[in-house]
Write a protein that binds this ligand. Sequence first.
Ligand code: HEM
Length: 402
Amino acid sequence: MHIDLLSPASFSNGHPHEQYRWLRENAPVYWHDEPGGRGFWAVTRFDDVRAMGRDPETFSSEPTIMIADPADGGMAFGGDHKMMLMMDPPQHTAFRRLISREFTQAPAALLRPRVEALAKQIVDAVIERGECDFVADIAGEMPSYVIAELMGIPLDDGRKLYQLTETIHSAAEAVPVGAQAAAVMEMFMYAQRVIAEKRARPADDLSSKILAAEVDGRKLDDLDFQLFFLLLVDAGGDTTRNLVAAGLLALLENPAALAQLRASVDTMLPAARDELLRWVSPVIYMRRTAKRDTEIAGQKIREGDKVVRYFGAANFDERRFDDPYRLDLTRSPNMHIAFGAGAHVCLGQHIARVEIDALLREVLMRMHDIELAQPAEWLASNFISGPKRMPVRFRPASVSAR
Ligand code: HEM
């Protein structure tokens, strides 16, 4: 079996399930060469991927969670500033605590009416047209609005920021030279304007709360804020979008499941949405770096080695999921790991579920006879999985969902 988990081509039609299956069976901790880099271990079984997330003492998120090392060999953003996603305890614990209250189930539930109204507005905008690009016009609209709402910035700006995240997440060779650095820079400059605005006029939003926060008696500075901002815009944007778009694609490919879900959307949606999360696994991997010599599934790992957790591979592990290649919208239990596991488990997962439910319900109830107008075009990325463009045709349902 030819294994290549670096080339975007391997992900150009969704997860490379044949490679994953071979790896889980034959080399669950596989040494993967890396042109221009020092190579890494690819971990593909569910139990190992989960256990690594729960052991930040051994498997560090520093200096980065991306496979490529930071260019300067140090921290991703220089000095002691970095994104929470790339911190270890106790620093990570302190930063996460600053905002975690805003992301529990209760505040997410409070967002529901607003998110449902946004879902309705998003579908209203295309429904009479009878066709649209499902990725840009529907799935991509929601997360950018929600992040804008949380951070207290204009909804239209949220949409522009979302376009920047798409550039940042693309494979380097898929975008013009320098485009990714320029996109990060633009995001930082935007965050700088938010700082000025929220310092002058603090409001009841997450931006103002982060700006007022202290860690170990030290107020967060501008760079801390910019990194929080980049993380939140980045983490909550194309992940949710890809789940909704690739989730609909999976339903279109399984018409019986789609019909079943449409017929009893209220009762089926929670389990169906979690099965779609397992199926789509929008985040392909998160890297860790071994802080000491250790072992995974009998394989010796040396201090400093890069070890990469593959979520899509873990979510199809036969050892944990019955008949994993069957889309089973009633799967129960479903302990998928699409949101990761352990210290860094997705902070936005409750909000993501609210967004996904609102959008899927609105789409399924109001857009009937949906079909692809052209084949979906996949994102050129080995990090985030999902369609980039998905032209669809549909007809408005004669009776509205509400
Ligand atoms: C379907 C949608 C989403 C998926 C699949 C997803 C997946 C993930 C994954 C895999 C991680 C890393 C977990 C680990 O290392 O074990 C993560 C972290 C994170 N996610 Fe999400 N995410 C989604 C939506 C969101 C949303 C909507 C937000 C914000 C509103 C968000 C905010 C974050 C943050 C802040 C972290 C970093 C947590 C930390 O470092 O402690 N995510 N997410």
